[in-house]
Design a binder for this molecule. Structure first.
Ligand SMILES: [Zn+2]
Length: 615
C-alpha cells in the first residue's frame, strides 16, 4: 500500500475538516458554511463514507482530504502529504531511504560508465588490445559500431581497472558493489575481468549497468557477465534494448537473437529492432519488456538447437507469458483475442549464427525474417520430428503435446485450421479432437480470466483513474484526446495532480519534466503508473481504450453528482427552506453538469451503437 492510500485509510476526513470548520450532522453526512467562499446557507458537504467533500456554492469543487488541506492551507500536495502523514502516524522515512538508494544507484551507474570509458580507451589504444581488435575485425565489426556500442578491452592485469577507478575517487568497496572488482581474502582487491573483450550492457534508459566479457585467450568461461548488483539483474535486461526500442515500436516487431555479436552485426547493417537475452533463455521479465513495445516477437533459432527440449521449454514459456499478459488488457478494450501476441520462429541455416548470416548476405536475413513460421507450425514440426507417427504411441503423444496448445489459440478460424492439420497427421476424426479440445478449454479460459482481472486486483482506490493516467503517460499519441478530459473526473488528489502536471507539459520528452516538478511521493506514484504493463496495441485500439476509459470516468463522475443531487434534495425535504435549497440544487447541479452534458450525449450514442452492433 502506498503512503497516500495508507493516510487516506487511517484518517477520518470528518476529523480533519472539523479542525477548520464547524460541521453539522446531516443524515449520514456533514454540512457547513464553506470555508472557501462567503455564504449564508451551508453548501459545503463532507461525505465520511467516501472520504470526500464537495462545495455546491460558488466554488463548485470537491475532492479528498489532500485537496482539502491544500486548499485550506494554500499549500502544495507534498506539504499536505507531510502534514497528514504526521497526523496519521505514517512515516515517510521509507521515502528518504529510497532517496539514499537512488544516490547509491547513481553512483553505480557512474562507476560503470567510467569503467566502460576506460575499457573503450584501452581497446582503441593499448598495444595489449591487438588480439581484441583483430577478433572484432574478423567478426566484421566496424569502427563505428565499436564506438557507438563503446566496446572495450580489459587488460591482463590484477588491478588495472581498480587502480584507474580508485584514481577517479571511487572506493574499493564501491567497485565491489559495482561488480568490477573482487575483495581478496587477506584484504585488498583484484579485477574481475582480465584479458577480455568488454561489452557494456545498458538498460533501456541507456545507462551502463554491467558488462559481458568475452575471453580472448581460450579461458573458460568464454563469456563472463558482471555478477548481480543493485543495477545488474540478468533476467531483466536485454542487450541492445536502449537502441532497439524505437525501431521495435516502429516496425511492430522485436527480433530476439542469442548473442551480443548477433546484436552488433544486426545493428551495424541497419536492422535495429534486434536484441538478445543475457546468455540465458528468455525470461518472463524480458518478454514483459518487449510486450510494452510490440506484440510481435520473432525468435531466431539455430537449426541445431531447434529440436531440443530446452528450446521447446523456452518457447513454451515465451508463448505463455506473451499471450497471458496480452490478455491482461482490460476487457473494455474489446475482445482479448484481437490482442493475441504473435510469436514466430526464425529458423537459421544449420550451424550458422545470425551474425554470420547478416554479414554474408543481409538480404538472406531479411528473407528468413519474412519466412519466419508461426510458433504453432514450429511446434508441429518439432513434435512430429521426434515421434513415430506410424505407431499408436507416437500418435497419442502427438495429440497430448499439441492439442492443449491448439485449444488455447484464441482465433477460432486459426484453431480449426490446426485441428484439421492434427487430425490429418494422426488419423483421428476432427470432431473427436475438437471435443477433446473443448474439454481442455476451461483451464485456458480460466487462466485468461484470471489475467484479465489483474489490473483491477491491485490495491487502489481509483483503478480506472490510474489506468487512464497510465495510458496517457505511456502513449504520447493520445495527448490530444487526453487534453479534453475534465480535471473533475479525477477524484483522487494524487491522480488529479499527475493529470494536471501531464497537461502542463507539452514537449515530446515531457516525462522527465513532469517527474522533476513533482513531490517525491507523487514521483513514486508516477513511476508506478509508468511501469504498469499496458500490452501494446495499435494506435486505433489505444484510442478506443482511452475513449472507453473516458466514458467510464464520466459515468463515475455523473454517478457522484447524481448521489449529491439526491442528497441535496432529501436535505431540502427535511429543511423548511425548501424552495431556496431546491433552486440552489438546480442551478448548481446544472453548473456542475455542464462539462459533462456533451460527454453524456456521447455515452448514450456509444451505448446505442454498441447495442446496434450486438443485434
Ligand atoms: Zn465554497
Amino acid at each position: 500500500m502506498s503512503a497516500i492510500d495508507e493516510i487516506k485509510e487511517r484518517l477520518d476526513i470528518v476529523d480533519v475538516v472539523s479542525d477548520y470548520v464547524t460541521l453539522q450532522k446531516s443524515g449520514h453526512n456533514f454540512k457547513a458554511l464553506c470555508p472557501f467562499h462567503t455564504e449564508k446557507t451551508p453548501s459545503f458537504f463532507v461525505f465520511p463514507e467516501r472520504g470526500t467533500w464537495h462545495c455546491f456554492g460558488s466554488c463548485g469543487t470537491g475532492g479528498d482530504i489532500f485537496s482539502f488541506m491544500m486548499k485550506q492551507e494554500s499549500i502544495d500536495f507534498g506539504a499536505a502529504l507531510r502534514i497528514l502523514a504526521e497526523r496519521a502516524g505514517v512515516t515517510l522515512v521509507a521515502k528518504q531511504k529510497e532517496r539514499a538508494i537512488d544516490k547509491e544507484v547513481e553512483r553505480l551507474y557512474s562507476i560503470n560508465e567510467a569503467a566502460a570509458q576506460y575499457y573503450h580507451h584501452l581497446l582503441l589504444n593499448a598495444r595489449a588490445a591487438e588480439t581484441a581488435r583483430r577478433h572484432l575485425s574478423e567478426r566484421g565489426i566496424s569502427k563505428e559500431t565499436i564506438d557507438s556500442f563503446e566496446l572495450g578491452f580489459s587488460p591482463d592485469s590484477w588491478d588495472a581497472v581498480c587502480q584507474h577507478l580508485e584514481g577517479r575517487g571511487y572506493k574499493g568497496d564501491e567497485l565491489v558493489n559495482a561488480g568490477l572488482v573482487i575483495a581478496k581474502e587477506g584484504g585488498g582487491f583484484r579485477d574481475m575481468f582480465r584479458n577480455r573483450l568488454m561489452i557494456p550492457i545498458r538498460n533501456d534508459g541507456g545507462k551502463v549497468v554491467g558488462f559481458g566479457a568475452r575471453a580472448l585467450d581460450g579461458t573458460t568461461p568464454k563469456y563472463l557477465n558482471s555478477s548481480q548488483t543493485a543495477i545488474f539483474d540478468k533476467s531483466g535486461l536485454l542487450y541492445g534494448i536502449d537502441r532497439a526500442k524505437g525501431a521495435i515500436r516502429e516496425h511492430g516487431l522485436a527480433i530476439i537473437v542469442e548473442g551480443y555479436m548477433d546484436v552488433l552485426a544486426a545493428h551495424q547493417y541497419g536492422m535495429t529492432n534486434v536484441v538478445a537475452p543475457m546468455g540465458t533463455s528468455l525470461t518472463q521479465k524480458q518478454v514483459g519488456i518487449i510486450k510494452r513495445l510490440t506484440r510481435n516477437l520473432a525468435l531466431a533459432l539455430d537449426a541445431d538447437a531447434a529440436g531440443d527440449q530446452a528450446t521447446l521449454r523456452g518457447l513454451e514459456l515465451a508463448r505463455q507469458v506473451f499471450s497471458e499478459r496480452i490478455a491482461a488488457m482490460p476487457d473494455w478494450l474489446g475482445a482479448t483475442s484481437k490482442l493475441q501476441g504473435n510469436l514466430k520462429v526464425i529458423l537459421l541455416p544449420r550451424g550458422k549464427d545470425p551474425d554470420e548470416v547478416i554479414r554474408e548476405c543481409p538480404e538472406e536475413w531479411l528473407r528468413l525474417i519474412d519466412e519466419a513460421s508461426p510458433l504453432m507450425d514450429y511446434f508441429f514440426k518439432a513434435v512430429t520430428s521426434t515421434l513415430d507417427l506410424s505407431h499408436e504411441d507416437g500418435k497419442s503423444a502427438a495429440v497430448a503435446q499439441l492439442l492443449p496448445r491448439i485449444s488455447e489459440i484464441a482465433d477460432s478460424v486459426e484453431r480449426e485450421l490446426y485441428l484439421r492439420r492434427l487430425s490429418q497427421l494422426v488419423g483421428v476424426d476432427e470432431k473427436t479432437l475438437a471435443g477433446k479440445a473443448a474439454r481442455l478449454k476451461p483451464t485456458a479460459r480460466e487462466r485468461a480470466k484470471k489475467a484479465v482481472s489483474l489490473p483491477t486486483t491491485q490495491a487502489s482506490s481509483h483503478p480506472l483513474e490510474e489506468y487512464c493516467l497510465a495510458l496517457l503517460l505511456q502513449h504520447p499519441g493520445l495527448r490530444e484526446r487526453g487534453m479534453a478530459l475534465p480535471t473533475d473526473y479525477f477524484e483522487g488528489t494524487e491522480n488529479r495532480e499527475l493529470f494536471l502536471a501531464w497537461q502542463n507539459t507539452t514537449d515530446a520528452d515531457g516525462f522527465e519534466r513532469i517527474r522533476q516538478g513533482l513531490d517525491v511521493s507523487l514521483q513514486e506514484h508516477l513511476d508506478a503508473l509508468m511501469s504498469r504493463v499496458i500490452p501494446p496495441a495499435s494506435e486505433r485500439e489505444m484510442e478506443t481504450a482511452l475513449d472507453d476509459c473516458t466514458r467510464r470516468l464520466g459515468e463515475q463522475h455523473l454517478r457522484r453528482l447524481k448521489a449529491l443531487e439526491e442528497l441535496l434534495l432529501s436535505e431540502a425535504e427535511s429543511e423548511g427552506d425548501k424552495n431556496v435549497i431546491k433552486e440552489q440544487v438546480e442551478t448548481l447541479l446544472q453548473k456542475a453538469l455542464e462539462p459533462t452534458t456533451q460527454l453524456k450525449d456521447l455515452f448514450e450514442k456509444a451505448r446505442r451503437e454498441r447495442k446496434g452492433a450486438r443485434q
